[in-house]
Design a protein around this ligand. Structure first.
Ligand SMILES: Cc1cc2nc3c(=O)[nH]c(=O)nc-3n(C[C@H](O)[C@H](O)[C@H](O)COP(=O)(O)OP(=O)(O)OC[C@H]3O[C@@H](n4cnc5c(N)ncnc54)[C@H](O)[C@@H]3O)c2cc1C
Length: 422
């Protein structure tokens, strides 16, 4: 592995056979998450592919010339030409391996794979999921000197990291940008000493043995497990939705709202998320239509008032989407009034869907006692139906799902665990 600067790019990258190039920055949590994977893979693939790092902040001109817009960004070169997809953000080991494998002969890939040695690490507690619930459990456990590892399939932060503004988290007079709140929560837990294994693939989870296998070869064992895996947005199920996800249909206003400057937007849903995110979207959008299946909004009164007083927002009640079709740059949403059965078409530049959530329990669905909606049942100390397995946050069966309630659950589970381990 080698660190270069822009003046060496021509020789070290363009004149080399095969190269993986990491544009990294400091004070960049996803760069830190990538660093150990990069080093580990350099040990495996380093004889066949050059592993090069370049500090983006000190090599801005080159980064701009190569259209590198975020850190980290991984670029792959073969004989001076860029090959394979660029990787950015919370980069998974499996995605890097896929790209590296595509650059070398199949026999070589098999040879490298045969050298991979499975590893085993042991902790007191494994926390699955690094949203507010998992991060708080991690903080309390760490402060109680319990050896804890946080494992997340993505970067830390959970839903908060993509919420534009949080105005109801106690301790802050002004509304906080969601990404800053989640960043601070994550840094506080990390600084305490909790081990992070993030942006990983979870190969298997054995709740009875308290064993999690990540990235195929790494087994992580503990005495207790805390499930803090949160929820995933529901889909409408209308034809075209899956195909247009990320191509005009979005589930995250913070992520995609900024591309709606002066545009027409359709929002599906009528609960708090739909209404609050609609209000936010009108910072950019010219016109916004909320399509809601019931006769009244289900959001709280305060949020409803904002929408009713916003001249950019119009509402269609008793209406559901039937199909989503892309026509050029536009999305045509066919909607149906469920009372009159009359259908009409709404043409917009983007569709945002906020119609509730489903719990992330696919890896342990068959093992745990669940409520009728699939959320994990717990007792008042957050214990599940399996001994030594706790669950916290949005993934558990409860009435109110907020950052504060997830944080409270994480606190309770951590205190109960610390006491049990004592
Ligand atoms: C659009 C929107 C706006 C919101 N606004 C507010 C607000 O203003 N105020 C408020 O209090 N609440 C708000 N909420 C709710 C709040 O974000 C959640 O209640 C809170 O984030 C729940 O925390 P959590 O830790 O349980 O789960 P999450 O935040 O969902 O985090 C779960 C974590 O688990 C990870 N994960 C998923 N599956 C796995 C797996 N198999 N293995 C390992 N890790 C996994 C995910 O990557 C994620 O990092 C909002 C929610 C949304 C969707």
């Amino acid at each position: 592995m080698k660190e270069i600067n822009a003046s060496e790019f021509e020789k070290e990258v363009l004149q080399s056979d095969k190269v993986i190039l990491d544009f990294y920055s400091t004070e960049c949590p996803p760069c830190e998450a990538l660093a150990t994977k990069f080093e580990d893979l350099a040990g495996l693939y380093g004889k066949d592919i050059k592993f090069i790092k370049i500090f983006r902040q000190q090599n801005r001109d080159l980064a701009e010339k190569l259209a590198v817009k975020s850190s980290p960004t991984l670029l792959f070169y073969k004989n001076g030409k860029e090959v394979a997809d660029r990787l950015t953000g919370g980069i998974k080991r499996s995605d890097i391996i896929r790209n590296l494998d595509s650059m070398i002969p199949v026999e070589k890939v098999a040879q490298i794979k045969s050298q991979i040695k499975p590893s085993v690490s042991e902790y007191d507690v494994i926390i699955l999921g690094a949203g507010p619930g998992g991060l708080t459990a991690g903080l309390y456990l760490c402060q109680a000197k319990v050896n804890t590892v946080l494992i997340d399939i993505s970067l830390p932060g959970g839903h908060v990291s993509t919420t534009h503004e949080v105005s109801n988290y106690p301790g802050f007079i002004e509304p906080q940008a969601g990404y800053m709140l989640s960043h601070n929560m994550s840094e506080q837990t990390k600084l305490c000493g909790t081990v992070y294994k993030v942006a990983v693939d979870i190969t298997s989870v054995d709740l009875d043995k308290k064993e999690v296998v990540i990235d195929e070869y790494e087994t992580v064992r503990a005495k207790k497990i805390v499930i803090a895996t949160g929820t995933t947005p529901n889909l409408t199920g209308a034809p075209g939705e899956k195909e247009l996800k990320g191509k005009g249909i979005s589930y995250c206003a913070t992520c995609d709202g900024k591309y709606m400057d002066g545009k027409d937007v359709v929002v599906i849903g009528g609960g708090n998320s739909a209404v609050e995110e609609s209000e936010y979207l009108t910072r950019f959008a010219n016109k916004l239509t909320i399509v809601h299946q019931f006769a009244k909004l289900t959001a709280n009164k305060q949020a409803q008032d904002k929408v009713f007083n916003n001249p950019k927002i119009s509402l269609l009640f008793d209406t559901e989407p039937r199909t989503f079709i892309k026509e050029g740059e536009k999305i045509v949403t066919e909607i149906e009034n469920i009372k009159t059965k009359v259908r009409q078409k709404l043409t917009s530049d983007g569709v945002f869907i906020f119609i509730g959530m489903k719990p992330n329990i696919d890896l342990f669905r068959d093992k745990l006692e669940l409520d009728k909606w699939g959320y994990i049942k717990t007792d008042e100390d957050m214990r599940t139906s399996i001994s030594g397995v706790f669950a916290v946050g949005d993934v558990i069966s409860k009435k109110y799902r907020q950052i504060t309630t997830a944080v409270a659950d994480g606190t309770i589970a951590a205190m109960a665990i610390a006491k049990e381990l004592d």
